[in-house]
Structure formats: structure tokens, C-alpha cells
Write a protein that binds this ligand. Structure first.
Ligand code: KG4
Ligand code: ZN
Length: 338
């Protein structure tokens, strides 16, 4: 079964063709990232306009490199939430139009749930019960899947998502957006044990909270420049030395990732999963891969290019769950939960 996936929830316009949920035939991602960089984060209006400009060529390219055509596709899968409303609309309207015009089945996909399915496109198929840590710019969650269609959310973010904390700390240090890769780069030259930073206690055992860590980094940076808490964060990049930035980046990265591993360990003990998947943009982190390995956790990580947003994971989830929807009725759900 050939599924065309379409993903436009944030700044990536993506299309992919996947066969039987596991075989990647094409994966095209066009990002408007460079247009947002100067603003230090995604600008929704720019993202939506950019999706509109590139969605058709991106889909054409995905079909072409999979050596197929819309006529030979069996179904179309599209992200309908969560995400930016204007961005989601472009993908959903396009998918609806194609499904109606070509009389194809249309599947409505939850973006956060889909991150897990990037792991089904690798050489080692995850087994159930499956424990999944999803860590991205918008989400941090720990979910136990009994089967494709039956899962329980063990914990979720209570405030900032972990990727969001990386992005905000990077901004404080004057490092480019997105923060994950730029913090990792700065951290290579820093001392990760230079500063001790707090790990948040959450009410739910498997919940996540990163806003306290982010504020602790802000206070630390202010202190390091010899000022108090009134010193504006926008002046920090100028006031900090390169060495201070590198040590702060390394210490923050170590503690943020330790916090994730600290959640994963007791969940593995408690639920004894057959497989463990770590997914989402932050799963691209080499520090996370290093720390899980060091803790003896045998986790399945998707291919790096499938960790961040893509449409292959959308098509893969669609194959396994087949959430058919009426193309005349589907609308976007920007705050869709798991
Ligand atoms: O999954 P994704 O592409 O978009 C969302 O659904 O949010 O994740 C993007 C997030 C950003 O916050 C980015 O800073 C983070 O993933 N990220 C990383 C790394 N690469 C991307 N975080 C830590 N280390 C990385 N290497
Ligand atoms: Zn995502």
C-alpha cells in the first residue's frame, strides 16, 4: 500500500511516499527556517506563506523521486494538529483537494503521535508493549503503547517542552535558532560539570517541567556577568565571554538530557516494555544518545533526518492505524492533544 504523507504543522513543508508503513520511497522537506532565523523563532505568517509557495513542488518532488504518481497512490495522509493554524491549513486544504479530485482515502494524523512512527521506518521494528519518549520543540511526553491503536499517556510537559528550553537558552546565549544543534555545538567546547543546575520535581512521576531550568540558566548567566536578576536577557550575548557561553551550554545540555533519562529509567523498570523508542527533534541529540547508552537503555532512535519534522512519519502512522476521515469535513485542530 502506497501512502502519500503531507506535513505542514510548523516551518517545514514536507511530503513523502511510504510503502506499507515501513519502506521509505521518498522524503522531501523544504524548510523556511532561514527566513525565521533573524527573528529567533518561527513567525507564523511567514511559515504559512512559505508553505503555500512550496507545497505543490514539494509534493511533485516526493512523487517523482518515489517513481510514482498521484494515480498510483492508494491514500493520502495529512497532519491536522497540533501546530500553527495557518500552517496546518495549507497542508490540510491541499490534502483534501487531492483526495477529492483523485478519489483517494484521506487519513487525518496527529503530529505528536506520528513522531513515534519515524522509528518504524528503520531496520529494527519496535515491538509492543512499546515505551516512547517523544521530545520536540512543542512536546515532551512519555507514552506506553499496548498496540498501534491502544496507548496510555504516562506523563506530559507541565510548562516548556524540552526543545523549547534548548531554543530559549540558545537565544539567551546569542546562539542561532534552532537551539538544539547550536547548543550541542557550543557544548563541545565547554565544561558540562562547570555549573550545577536544578532538576524540576513534578507532581506526576513521569511529567516534565523545563521552565525552572531555563530560569536557573538565566540567573546563572546574569550572575556570571556580574549583574543581578534585573540585567536584561537581551544584553547577555554581548556581556558573556565565549568560554562562559560554552560552559553554560554544556552544563545546561547535560542537565536537560539527564532529566529525560531520569524519567525513562523508572518507566522501563515499572512497565518492562519490549521496545523503547526515543522520537522527536530532540532525539537528534548526540548527548541524549550517549546518555541513554551509558545508562544501559537499549533505545531505538529514528534515523537523524526522520527525528525532526517530516512527512514520512505521517504516512507511516497512517498505514498502521488507518484513521479515515471525510475530506469534505476535515478541519485543523491547532491544540490537538495526544
Ligand atoms: O520535532 P521538531 O522538528 O519540531 C516539533 O515538532 O517541535 O523538533 C524541533 C526541536 C527544536 O526545539 C530543536 O531545538 C530541537 O528539536 N532539536 C534538538 C536537536 N536538534 C533539534 N535538541 C537537542 N539536540 C539536538 N541535536
Ligand atoms: Zn514535530
Amino acid at each position: 500500500m502506497l501512502i502519500l504523507g503531507i506535513e505542514t504543522s510548523a516551518d517545514e513543508t514536507a511530503a513523502a511516499v511510504v510503502e506499507d508503513g515501513t519502506k521509505l520511497l521518498s522524503n522531501v522537506v523544504a524548510s523556511s527556517l532561514d527566513l525565521h532565523k533573524v527573528y529567533g523563532g518561527i513567525v507564523p505568517e511567514i511559515a504559512a506563506r512559505s508553505h503555500l509557495e512550496v507545497i505543490t513542488p514539494v509534493i511533485d518532488e516526493a512523487l517523482k523521486s518515489a517513481k510514482t504518481s498521484l494515480d498510483d497512490i492508494d491514500a493520502i495522509a495529512v497532519t491536522y494538529g497540533p501546530g500553527l493554524a495557518g500552517s496546518l491549513l495549507i497542508g490540510v486544504m491541499t490534502a483534501k483537494s487531492l483526495a477529492i479530485a483523485k478519489q483517494k482515502a484521506l487519513y487525518a494524523i496527529n503530529h505528536v503521535q506520528a513522531h513515534t512512527y519515524a522509528a518504524f521506518l528503520g531496520y529494527k521494528q519496535p515491538q509492543f508493549p512499546l515505551l516512547v519518549l517523544t521530545v520536540s520543540g512543542g512536546h515532551s511526553s512519555l507514552v506506553l503503547f499496548k498496540s498501534h491503536k491502544s496507548y496510555k499517556v504516562l506523563g506530559q510537559k507541565q510548562d516548556d517542552a524540552v526543545g523549547e528550553a534548548f531554543d530559549k537558552v540558545a537565544k539567551m546565549l546569542g546562539l542561532p535558532y534552532p537551539g538544539g544543534p547550536s547548543i550541542a555545538e557550543a557544548a563541545k567546547h565547554g565544561d558540562s560539570r562547570k555549573y550545577s543546575l536544578p532538576k524540576a520535581k513534578t507532581e506526576g512521576r513521569y511529567d516534565f517541567s523545563f521552565s525552572g531550568l531555563k530560569t536557573a540558566v538565566l540567573r546563572l548567566a546574569q550572575e556570571e556577568t556580574g549583574h543581578d536578576y534585573t540585567f536584561p536577557s537581551s544584553a547577555l550575548p554581548e556581556a558573556l565571554t565565549e568560554a562562559q557561553k560554552q560552559d553554560i551550554a554544556a552544563s545546561f545540555q547535560r542537565v536537560a538530557i539527564e532529566t529525560l533519562v531520569d524519567k525513562l529509567k523508572p518507566a522501563i523498570e515499572e512497565f518492562q516494555p519490549k521496545s523503547i523508542v526515543v522520537a522527536g527533534g530532540v532525539a537528534a541529540s548526540t548527548e541524549l544518545r550517549r546518555q541513554t547508552k551509558q545508562a544501559g537503555i537499549d533505545a531505538i532512535y529514528p534515523d537523524i533526518k526522520l527525528c525532526t519534522d517530516n512527512a514520512a512519519m505521517i504516512a507511516a502512522l497512517a498505514y498502521f492505524t488507518k484513521p479515515t476521515t471525510n475530506p469534505y469535513k476535515l478541519s485543523v485542530q491547532p491544540s490537538l492533544g495526544l
